[in-house]
Design a protein around this ligand. Structure first.
Ligand code: GGG
Length: 347
């Protein structure tokens, strides 16, 4: 029996996580679920966004099903206590450094995409985002300039080992797909990006079968909306990957459609929709549960070694969408439970 830590979090996190759990439970997979608070919910309950008990559960579980964190009620709290620190803390404490964010257009969602249908149909890519470094974890400070102006600093930092291990995940992921890897950086301006590019080129020597290209992040943002079909796997840093994957989601129809995994080097993983807590629609039953349901499928494939169950869930989401099931973000009227029921019916 596998233990799944369920960390639902804030806003729409509990609604979409419950949908994913319903789908998993319907498959009779010998899973045991244990819940713990995280994010703003945990701050309210225990005075910290990532309580020790929650971290301990995540550490001993076989896999983590995560919802979303973020709550405007805590916008004025000091940074270390804000809900978002929970997900950053989990990634760092559990060495979950590799974030895989697949983006593809499910047939029928052409009208929901921000792109023309013939261009949108071509999107089928994976963004491999580094999760343990960059400005998210570099030294931070607030101070005052000599001229008396308030200033803020976030150090952008990578070392060669951090770049090499995520580059390897990028190459390995490309090998399972169309064997094309695009490394995205800002090497014309940033020292970290020049190191990034040097190391990616060195790692590439072990992957002569993968076609490597490089792109500046500003160009990549433009190319993603011009012709996303040119990309197979993108490997990039924490900040660039965060931004590019939200952009890719709108090419694929909605941010409510993109799942993700955050993996350590032994295959343990945290699985979460790429979307945040969406406080504006929380508790209204409007959230699209597909990203969370598809994250559960990724968990079955990558950590729990149940690829056949993962295939079934992905096929059920595709069938529900093809049959016209749509939440509001996709231009429809189904509730979160209505969409979940459509997926369950297609299973
Ligand atoms: N489910 C994703 C989520 O909760 N996002 C909120 C957040 O703060 N994310 C930070 C990040 O992905 O780097």
């Amino acid at each position: 029996m596998s233990l799944i830590a369920v960390l639902a979090g804030d806003g729409i996190g509990p609604e979409v996580t419950q949908a994913a759990r319903q789908v998993l439970e319907s498959l009779d997979l010998d899973l045991r679920f244990e819940e713990a608070p995280v994010g703003g919910a945990a701050y309210r309950a225990a005075g910290h966004p990532l309580p020790a008990e929650t971290l301990a559960l995540a550490a001993r579980a076989d896999a983590i099903l995560f919802g979303a964190v973020g709550d405007p009620a805590f916008d004025t709290l000091e940074r270390s206590l804000r809900p978002e620190q929970a997900i950053l803390g989990l990634r760092k404490e559990l060495a979950l450094f590799a974030n895989l964010r697949p983006a593809r257009l499910f047939a029928g969602l052409e009208d929901a995409s921000a792109l023309k249908p013939e261009i949108a149909r071509r999107i089928d890519l994976v963004i491999v985002r580094e999760l343990n470094g960059d400005v998210y974890f570099g030294e931070k400070s607030r101070g005052t300039t000599e001229a008396g102006l308030r200033e803020g600093r976030d150090l952008m930092r990578y070392d060669e080992a951090e770049v090499a291990r995520i580059a390897r995940v990028g190459f390995e992921t490309a090998r399972t797909r169309r064997s094309r890897l695009c490394s995205v950086d800002k090497a014309n301006v940033l020292e970290t990006s020049q190191l990034w590019r040097d190391v990616v080129v060195e790692v590439a020597r072990d992957y002569p079968d993968v076609a490597l290209s490089h792109m500046y992040v500003d160009n990549a943002a433009m190319q993603l909306v011009r012709d996303p079909g040119q990309f197979d796997v993108i490997v990039t840093g924490n900040l660039f990957g965060d931004i590019l994957s939200d952009q890719a989601s709108m090419c694929a129809g909605s941010i409510g459609m993109l799942p993700s995994s955050a993996l350590d080097d032994a295959g343990k993983g945290l699985y979460e929709p790429i979307h945040g807590s969406a406080p504006d629609i929380a508790g209204q039953g409007k959230a699209n549960p597909c990203a969370a349901i598809l994250s559960a499928a990724m968990m079955l494939r990558h950590t729990l070694d149940r690829p056949e169950a993962a295939d079934r869930i992905e096929a059920a989401v595709a069938a529900a969408i093809a049959a016209g099931a749509r939440t509001a973000d996709l231009g429809g009227t189904l509730s979160t439970q209505g969409m979940t029921d459509a997926v369950l019916a297609a299973l």
